[in-house]
Design a protein around this ligand. Structure first.
Ligand code: PA5
Length: 449
């Protein structure tokens, strides 16, 4: 196993190596604060050692539950939003065949999602599908009170109960929630649903290596032991004892903070493999919710190359110069496909004949890197050998650890998300939720002005 590699040498033309190395003591202090649990958000640090703390008993239980569901149904609907959705979606998308919808039955049931939006069309169209298929529901909410998944679950639960009868429906619903608190816990205990616990000390966006991510990933047919093993490898490589220069999460946190203070206030996560598109969505949530506070924080954006070189590429090359780029580079694809010779050569592509598609992709990546450096866009490169459960486990933990350090470098609490409440308060006031009478009056006055 070669393992995840980090290369920040293409930051040096913009921020010197010495500047990045200058973060060494600060990073060590923040890493110590994380491990000693003495900083902001210290009651949400269970993820730090989750890969090594997870028990074999829990993994067996998750695998057995997944096997039971896979045997029983054609579709598993995962209901959740934010940290109860994005990590799972990221890993399953990265692992899935690009055209899995057209290759029925290859890996067992499809895992699909609900509760990550408030879409009347989305839910209605989902029900159209579920009318025709046998299905189960995994409902995930740490608080157990989040509106979007609660609405979706209410609708799907009713549908499943009407379709299968209440008893069979309750065999097909699994809840992942807090051990004691929240409406979902209450409902789950009352209805007798099987349930898994989200540890108290692990917040949503840091929960991919808990049942939140592990159960759906196992349901999709992927190896959660390897996924945990990859994370464990990174946990060991980024420990308090690891020298700064050898700790990829520490260096990444230092480099991006150094870039931020040099005026590079937007970070673009780029990939050259569409399977990683949702990993970027998860990463945006991780960094956006963790760091965007107190009028501070790097703005996390994402692009999928080479597609976006034909859209956002122009801006990245020549627009406002507040950007830096972090590329997730995959060394080897799973497949082998070469470009054929063509006798007519009307498309003038014979110069590529015999080359692998991946070689062309690599040259697109290298060419873009050089062009972007010329255009004053610093580049950080995170390399994995191939996309599999192990490397994805590494990537998730690598970014989580760096995010904890980076948030402390920025002097914010990387484990809360107070800003998310603002829209909820207005929405509840507009919907006249009991308990929000004053807010309803105030918002109506504001709108009637
Ligand atoms: O990272 C977080 O904590 C949030 O994004 C939550 O995951 C999200 O709001 C969903 O919360 P819950 O799992 O309580 O429904």
């Amino acid at each position: 196993m070669t393992g995840l590699k980090l290369d920040v040498s293409n930051v040096y033309p913009f921020v010197s190596q010495d500047t990045i190395l200058g973060y060494k003591d600060m990073v060590h202090t923040h890493l110590t604060t994380l491990y000693e649990k003495t900083g902001a958000g210290n009651d949400f640090l269970g993820w730090l050692e989750q890969p090594s703390n997870i028990t074999d008993g829990l993994i067996n239980d998750l695998e057995d539950t997944a096997a039971y569901l896979r045997e029983k149904v054609e579709i598993i609907v995962v209901v959740g939003i934010g940290g109860s959705y994005l990590g799972t979606k990221a890993i399953i998308s990265a692992m899935s065949h690009n055209f899995h919808n057209y290759i029925e039955g290859v890996r067992g049931p499809d895992v699909i999602f609900a509760g990550q939006n408030i879409g009347e069309d989305y839910l209605s169209e989902l029900i159209d599908v579920l009318d025709r298929k046998s299905y189960a529901i995994i409902v995930i909410s740490k608080s157990g009170t989040t509106t979007e998944p609660a609405i979706a679950f209410r609708i799907l639960k009713k549908h499943l109960e009407e379709k299968m009868g209440p008893e069979e429906a309750s065999q097909r619903i699994i809840a992942i929630t807090d051990e004691r608190r929240g409406a979902l816990r209450k409902l789950c205990d009352q209805a007798g649903y099987r349930s898994f616990i989200i540890p108290d000390d692990i917040g949503g966006r840091y929960s991919v290596h808990t049942p939140v991510g592990l159960l759906p990933i196992a349901c999709a047919g992927y190896n959660i032991r390897e996924f945990i093993k990859g994370a464990k490898g990174l946990q060991e490589r980024t420990s308090l004892d690891t020298p700064f220069e050898e700790n990829p999460s520490a260096i990444y946190a230092a480099a991006r903070n150094a870039l931020y203070h040099s005026g590079k206030t937007t970070e673009i996560l780029a990939n050259y493999n569409e399977k990683l598109m949702y990993l970027s969505e998860w990463w945006k949530q991780l960094y956006g919710e963790s760091e965007g506070k107190e009028n501070k924080g790097i703005f996390p954006a994402s692009v999928n190359f080479t597609a976006d070189l034909h859209s956002m590429g122009q801006y990245i090359q020549e627009g406002e110069r507040m950007l830096f780029e972090t590329v997730i580079s995959v060394d080897s694809p799973h497949s082998h496909l070469t470009i054929p010779e063509d006798a007519g050569n009307l498309d003038q592509l014979n110069y590529l004949a015999g080359k692998r598609i991946n070689e062309v992709n690599r040259m697109a990546e290298l060419g873009t890197l050089l062009a972007h450096i010329d255009g004053s866009v610093p580049n950080i490169r995170v390399e994995i050998s191939t996309i599999n459960e192990y490397s994805l486990g590494e990537l998730v933990y690598f970014f989580e650890k760096a995010c904890g350090i980076s948030g402390y470098l920025l002097e914010v609490n990387p484990f809360n998300q107070p800003g998310v409440e603002a829209y909820k308060k207005n929405m509840f006031a507009l919907l006249e939720k009991p308990g929000f009478e004053n807010e309803t009056r105030a918002i109506q006055e504001r709108l009637n002005k």
